[in-house]
Design a protein. Sequence first.
Length: 170
Amino acid sequence: MIGEHTYRATTIWTGASKGATTSYEAYSREYIVAIDGKLCLVGSADPTFRGNPALHNPEDLLVSSLSACHMLSYLALCARAGVRVVSYVDEVKGTMSTQDGKVRFTEVTLKPRVLIEAGDDIEKARSLHHDAHEICFIANSVAFPVRHESSVLHASEAEEAWERFEELAS
């Protein structure tokens, strides 16, 4: 990536329609994020902070941004290296705690599960997770560790394992 890129968004507190901030307990935490040319994102605070549990919160968005950035970086590297990815699922987990009197993220763990075409270089596919982490600009922008517990299998191996599981389960 060459040069500087600028990103803009407008965050609008929609909770004002439900009343002013008369007390910590009483006001709505709901908001929208508007970005020109894109669908609006409706959000709220985490339920721990009196938000709406049905809406995305900033914590969700942070961990999902890390996951999406890693995935997109990984897929680009695989495409360039001739590794054909046929499935990618990541179950990401972020941990927050209080340190030095401030609540902050202390780590995020990505758990991508990747299937590649039979015959493709599985060791190359595995090593590209490290490279993806190195070029992920979201991971490069945070002040906490982003860990990876990835697995890569040939799609045919996964199908065989699933068939064996189904046989054992029946």
